[in-house]
Design a protein around this ligand. Structure first.
Ligand SMILES: CC(C)(COP(=O)(O)OP(=O)(O)OC[C@H]1O[C@@H](n2cnc3c(N)ncnc32)[C@H](O)[C@@H]1OP(=O)(O)O)[C@@H](O)C(=O)NCCC(=O)NCCS
Length: 390
């Protein structure tokens, strides 16, 4: 395919807002046969990056028609690359090209321009996440643009079932932490986790962060929880982010199995309420979700504590919200956490694909050594998934 004359410039709210929203509506994310998630940014196309310390959105125009868009955000995170353990990373998201103008080089050109902006802001690495089956996206980033496959965390989803609440064990105590306490614990216990954001305090203070909770065996008293250097023998911690305040999701083309389940279970519910078959929420209308982030656990019985915390979020928080229809979390590839986090396989994604690329102007050999360091670390390692990038 030949390349066409396209103009790439910064997003301007007044002239681009409606056009970007329209483009988003026309773009399915993922492989045509079964991907079905649409994003509704509710009049604010920049909402997914607005909470990051530094961000930018670019648009592509072809003869005054808006044909493509891309977003990027920059922050400082923990990355184990000797001699330093931190790096400035640029996250690429929201790449969309109008279906009528694909395979004309517009997607690649948008990524190149964004990389240029990253380089001007001294970013060490650019990274992005995509569905493993999104062939267009994987081919574009890996085959064409030199990104390297890096991690495959799992996205775990649990539907909010209003007619079902979990039983919370009375042997387990759950406590909400003050923000300063949460920050202290995160820096102490998760500070060396890959992609841990150095501005965790900003994340926790954000109004979308609904709170940080710890669970521990009842009776293991711990006055200042961690602040005085003491933690129980087993404990777990997580925070909750209200993503539905920013944007909504909607299912377009659902897999048949999911659609049938929704239909039949509602029917069964209506006909035989005593069966207590959980009715799936209506995913065909825009819905919000809670994202559980910073999930950490320590000690022999901490798996059970993680499970209890997740059940607490579902029962005491999500079911109380009008808009929240699923609770989502994302954990490192083979992280044992997966075993303890309640989720439905039908709605979850076992392998989200993260790809990374070095941007610094080191010589070729240096660049390869650093990338080798990054990609050789076991993919099973824990990963901090920033709620601002969901
Ligand atoms: C992914 C997407 C942005 C690509 O945009 P694009 O403008 O068509 O990409 P380009 O023309 O720059 O393609 C560059 C290369 O990527 C690869 N590629 C792009 N689309 C592809 C497809 N459908 N199948 C296979 N390879 C593809 C090819 O190697 C292509 O080079 P070639 O045309 O010389 O063979 C576009 O398909 C899109 O908007 N998809 C829906 C949204 C989405 O999935 N976004 C990615 C989320 S991370």
């Amino acid at each position: 395919m030949g390349f066409v004359e396209i103009k790439i410039r910064n997003y301007e709210e007044q002239i681009d807002r409606a056009r970007v929203e329209d483009l988003e509506r026309r773009c399915e994310v993922g492989p045509a046969e079964h991907v079905f998630l649409f994003t509704d940014t509710m009049g604010d196309p920049i909402c997914r990056i607005r909470n990051s310390p530094m961000y930018n959105m670019l648009v592509a125009e072809l003869e005054n028609e808006l044909v493509g868009v891309i977003q990027g955000s920059i922050k400082l995170v923990t990355i184990h690359k000797p001699p330093k353990d931190q790096a400035r990373v640029g996250y690429i998201l929201g790449l969309r090209v109008s279906p009528l103008h694909r395979r004309k080089g517009i997607g690649s050109s948008l990524v190149h321009h964004l990389e240029g902006w990253f380089i001007s802001k001294h970013v060490d690495y650019a990274y992005m996440a995509t569905e493993k089956e999104n062939e267009a996206s994987v081919k574009l980033f890996v085959d064409k643009l030199g990104f390297v496959k890096f991690r495959t965390p799992a996205i775990l989803v649990y539907p909010v079932l209003n007619n079902r609440s979990f039983h919370l064990s009375s042997n387990i105590e759950i406590k909400e932490l003050k923000i300063e306490q949460a920050e202290f614990l995160y820096r102490k216990f998760m500070g060396s986790t890959e992609f841990f954001p150095h501005d965790i305090d900003k994340v926790l203070k954000n109004k979308l962060s609904l709170g940080t909770f710890v669970a521990f065996p009842r009776g293991e008293s711990c006055g200042e929880f961690g602040l005085d250097g003491q933690v129980p023998s087993s404990w777990a911690m997580l925070s909750v982010w209200n993503s539905g305040e920013l944007f909504k999701l909607r299912i377009g083309k659902a897999p048949l199995s999911c659609f049938l389940y929704a239909k039949s279970s509602r029917l069964i519910d209506r006909l035989f309420p005593c069966f207590k078959v959980p009715a799936l929420p209506d995913f065909f209308k825009p819905f919000g979700f809670y994202f559980m982030y910073g999930v950490h656990h320590e000690g022999p019985s901490s798996g059970k504590l993680v499970r209890t915390l997740c059940r607490f979020v579902h029962t005491k928080m999500a079911t109380k919200s009008k808009d929240c229809k699923v609770v989502v979390t994302e954990v490192g590839g083979c992280d044992s956490l997966k075993l303890h986090i309640p989720h439905w396989k039908l709605l979850s994604c076992p392998e989200d694909l993260w790809c990374i690329k070095g941007l610094k102007n080191e010589n070729h050999e240096e660049k390869n050594t650093l990338l080798h360091e990054l990609t050789k670390t076991p993919p099973t390692r824990a990963l901090f998934v920033d709620p601002r990038e969901v």
